[in-house]
Structure formats: C-alpha cells, structure tokens
Design a protein around this ligand. Structure first.
Ligand SMILES: Cc1cc2nc3c(=O)[nH]c(=O)nc-3n(C[C@H](O)[C@H](O)[C@H](O)COP(=O)(O)OP(=O)(O)OC[C@H]3O[C@@H](n4cnc5c(N)ncnc54)[C@H](O)[C@@H]3O)c2cc1C
Length: 502
C-alpha cells in the first residue's frame, strides 16, 4: 500500500497530519506539484517562488532524512496525480485543506473529480482553525480555541523508501512573461526556527512598542508571516509554544508582547475563515451596497504613481519602495497604503489587491482580501480609517530614518522639511539636492481636497441608498463574518430577509 501526500502550502514535516495519517497506512510518496497555470495568476509573482524554492529544498532534506525524498513535478495537478496514481498503485491521497484563491479552489474540485473517477480516497485535514461549511460565526471562537489547543500530529520518524527522486529547481522554476522585479533581499526560507526563537526569547519584548514604527517594526515584529503562509511553521504549534513561553515569563513587557502576538495568530484564522465562508470576497465588495462606488473612477496615472512609490508623500513612497525591495511590510504600513489609495486616490481595492498580493512574499489570500476590504471601507461593519500620510509620517517616523533609508533623493533634507518636502523654498531644495518635480514628485493629490472629496462621496453614497436595506445588508455581513464570543440575538434577524445574491 502506498499513500500519496500532496504538499501544498504546508512545507514542513512537524505537526503534519496528512503525513502522519499516510505513514500509518504503509509506504508514502511525498509530492509537490509546480502548476504552471497557478504561476500565471494575476495575484501570484515569482517573488513568491523566491521563497518557495529554498523551502522545497529544505523539505526535501527533511523527508530524505526520514527515508523517502520529495518528488517535485511540473504540470497540471490532475495530469500529475493521474500518472503517479497509476505508476505507484496509490491507495489514498492525503493533504491539508487549502483556503486559497478561486483558481486553487477550482483546481481542488478538478482533483476531487479525478480521484473519484479513479476510486482513490482523498483525505483532507485541517491546518488552521478554519471550518468548512460553517453556518455563521456564532460558535467559531470556541471551535477555533479547541482546535488551537488540540494535540499536534505525532512526529513521523521513518518512511519506507519507495522511489528515488532527482529534480533541479532551476529547470522546473515557473516562468511569467511580465512580472515585478524580484526582491533584492528576501527572508531566508530556511530560518523559520531561528526567527521564531529570536522572537520568543528576545524580540517580543519590544513588539508592542515598535509594531507600528516603520524603522523598528522590521526587527521587533515576529517576521514569521512567510513561514506561516507556506506552512513551514504549524500555527497550532506556534500558538501553544507562545502560550507556554508567556506563562513562564515573569517580565511584564515580554508577557504583553507575547499576548499581543498570540491574539494576532488567532486573527490569522479569523480572517482566513472569511474567505472560506465567502470566496466571492476575492472579487466583490463584502457589503454589496458599495458596488459602483469607485469602479468608474479608476485613474491609471494615480495608480502607477502609488504602485511605484512616486506619490509625493514620503512615508507612502518609502513604504511602497521598501515593500518592492524586500517583500514585507508591517501591518500599519500595509493598512496606510491601502487606505491612502482607496480614499485619497479614490481607487477601487481590486487592482490594489493584485499589486500588493504580488509584492507580499507572505501573500495569504484569506487574510489579504478581507484586510484589503477592511482598509478600503467596503465591509460595512468596520469603521472607515482615513490615515493622514503627513501626520503618520511625523508621528511614526519622526527622525526620518525609514524615509531616508528608502528615498535616497530625500536623504539630505532636514527633519523639519522631510515630511512635507514640497513646502521647501526653492533655495533649500537646491541646497538639499531635492528639487521638487525634478528629484522628487509634487504630491499627486492635495491632501485636504482629497479627504473632503472622499468624505463627500461616501456620505452622498450613503444618502442615496435605502437605509433599511443598507442596515440589513450590514447585519448579514456581521452574522457571517464578525468575530464574537457570544451568538448574536438571532431573534432580531430574519435570515431570509437578510440574504442577498452574491
Ligand atoms: C491590506 C493588508 C493586506 C495583508 N495581507 C497579508 C497577507 O497577504 N499575508 C499575511 O500573512 N498577512 C497579511 N496582512 C496582515 C499583516 O499585515 C501581516 O500578517 C504582518 O504584517 C506580517 O508580519 P509579521 O509576521 O511580522 O506579523 P506579526 O505582527 O508578528 O504577527 C504574527 C502573525 O499574526 C498574523 N497576523 C498579524 N496581523 C494580522 C492581521 N491584521 N490579520 C490577520 N493576521 C494577522 C500573521 O500570520 C502574522 O505573521 C495584511 C494586512 C493588510 C492591512
């Protein structure tokens, strides 16, 4: 009996339920498929591959040490699986459940049909606190809590040898015709454990103080996101470890840091559950009352200035250019980039989402689309946050360290002008080698006018909609997606009345 374990975004052997269950049945064939069509999707980029490729090498070393190397094959999943199932007389297929984009969902449906046709059972196991076919969010908190506290899968200590595996990732690497430039420095895919240890032992102490400061967040945030997104770390194990370290810690700042981190790990699942419950949020507004609000106002010049880091607002541009170079940003900067583009530039969130998905090495569709909509103000249940990029700059990067690091053209500009360089007199622009419109752009929009415009458009939009219907739609979003520890009073909600077509 040979069982096939299909590795997807779970590139580890620790707490790996599919591997453990497959190994119980006999020999195991571990497989990763490089699917050419996946790598052509508009939310994917080769920056993701920059991280995945070394992660695969590491997984292969771990599996080889257990006795059976990893097979890495390029091709459509259905074709690859059909061939391997025949060649190795596969008796069952095991994998983690995936909450991905529409493409991976449809691919999974095709695989399901194939395995059904071949009469081979496909066992899928939970990898996050995400529950399929959940009626609403009433009981999610308890379900998540129980699952996150449950025992990790036992370790697999040996695999029977099935077949040798020779592959060369430089030959198998996916290709794209046009793409963003690769990251100049990307997180080390082989450093998951070191990054975790340094955070739990040292860096967590400054986590809360530095989490929104661009120059410091880069060191004091956990930096675990890509390891979680590609499954090199088990989120369940991570939660349990964090809890233990926090419990045994006597230092207040460490405890506070770990508690803040602990709740963010739960947010991870909370946000992913939204996409699981409503895959349409990848494309459509969560509150459909916002349909039409921004769709017809798309200004390609504003979009281009934003996406390349040439908006004329130093903190916005430094954030974007740092992201383009490294593939990572802390939460506040991500939120600010999206809010600025959504309100001040009045751009629809969908093209913004695709650009950022390609930029983020840790791209996780479940978190990404729900967060995009939250920051763009289209959920209907979260307050609208219109960040003022100048105030943010003065507060969060007062000494200009972050701005000067990423905007070389502003390096000589003194602190007093750094956050508003366009206000510098012409003589100073010459003196500090930063002539506006020559070395650095004028702001692409006037801040005050843009804020007023956004507020006016929003209030006009709300006025022209039927209040009762709007509230009903809002309630429907709340029932389906909002986090809560207690069930909502269902008596006041008439479900039929609340449901609307997606
Ligand atoms: C518009 C937007 C898009 C985002 N897209 C992604 C994405 O594609 N992938 C991704 O991993 N995160 C995304 N985030 C959430 C967050 O910004 C990143 O998880 C975080 O910056 C990663 O750095 P870290 O691991 O050092 O985070 P830490 O602050 O150390 O947090 C630890 C972990 O908790 C989870 N987490 C933290 N903040 C959030 C949050 N607000 N919502 C959900 N989970 C969270 C992540 O798994 C993160 O790795 C997005 C946020 C915004 C505003």
């Amino acid at each position: 009996m040979t069982a096939l374990v299909w590795f997807k975004r779970d590139l580890r052997i620790d707490d790996h339920q599919p591997l453990f269950q497959a190994a119980k049945t006999g020999a195991v064939l571990p497989l990763y498929i490089i699917e050419p069509d996946y790598w052509q999707q508009s939310d994917v980029s080769l920056r993701h591959w920059q991280f995945v490729a070394p992660a695969l090498q590491q997984l292969n070393r771990q599996l080889t040490a257990l006795g059976q190397p990893l097979l890495v094959i390029k091709g459509p999943a259905t074709a690859v699986l059909r061939r391997l199932c025949r060649q190795f007389a596969i008796s069952s297929v095991h994998s983690h459940e995936e909450t991905g984009n529409l493409w991976t969902y449809q691919r999974d449906l095709a695989v399901k049909r194939l395995l059904h046709e071949l009469n081979i059972p496909w066992q899928q196991y939970r990898q996050f606190a995400i529950f399929r076919k959940l009626a609403d969010r009433d009981n999610w908190f308890n379900l998540a809590d129980n699952w996150l506290k449950s025992a990790p899968a036992p370790a697999v200590t040996r695999l029977a040898f099935v077949t040798d595996s020779q592959w060369d990732l430089s030959e198998l690497a996916p290709h794209r015709k046009t793409d963003l430039p690769l990251c100049t420095t990307v997180q080390n895919a082989n450093a998951a454990q070191d990054t975790l240890s340094s955070f739990l032992q040292l860096r967590c102490v400054d986590y809360r103080r530095h989490i929104s400061l661009p120059a410091k967040a880069v060191h004091s945030c956990s930096r675990l996101s890509p390891y979680i997104s590609y499954g090199q770390l088990s989120l369940r194990r991570l939660q349990q470890q964090t809890f233990l370290v926090s419990k045994h810690s006597t230092e207040q700042r460490r405890q506070q840091g770990l508690q803040a981190f602990f709740s963010r790990l739960r947010w991870h699942c909370h946000f992913m559950q939204k996409l699981e419950d409503e895959p349409a949020i990848e494309f459509f507004n969560m509150h459909r009352g916002f349909d039409g609000l921004r769709e017809n106002d798309f200004n390609p010049a504003l979009f281009q200035a934003w996406q390349t880091g040439h908006s004329g607002y130093p903190l916005i541009d430094a954030a974007m250019r740092s992201l383009l170079a490294t593939g990572w940003l802390h939460f506040r900067a991500r939120a600010m980039l999206v809010a600025f583009a959504s309100y001040h530039l009045w751009l629809h969130w969908r093209p913004l989402a695709l650009h950022l998905a390609q930029c983020f090495v840790d791209y996780e569709p479940g978190i990404h689309y729900a967060q995009m909509q939250m920051q763009a103000g289209t959920t209907g249940i979260n307050p609208n946050r219109m960040y003022n990029p100048v105030k943010q700059s003065q507060q969060k990067d007062a000494d200009g360290r972050f701005i000067r690091q990423w905007l070389p053209e502003l390096r000589q500009v003194p602190d007093s002008w750094l956050h508003t360089p366009w206000l510098m007199p012409a003589a100073l622009q010459q003196r500090y080698a930063c002539v506006i419109e020559l070395d650095y752009p004028l702001p692409i929009v006037d801040l005050q006018q843009a804020q007023q415009h956004a507020r006016a458009r929003l209030s006009q939009w709300l006025k022209q909609h039927d209040k009762l219907h709007w509230q009903q739609q809002k309630q429907a979003v709340f029932v389906r997606h909002a986090s809560r520890k207690r069930p909502v009073a269902k008596a006041v909600l008439n479900r039929q009345q609340l449901s609307f077509d997606w």
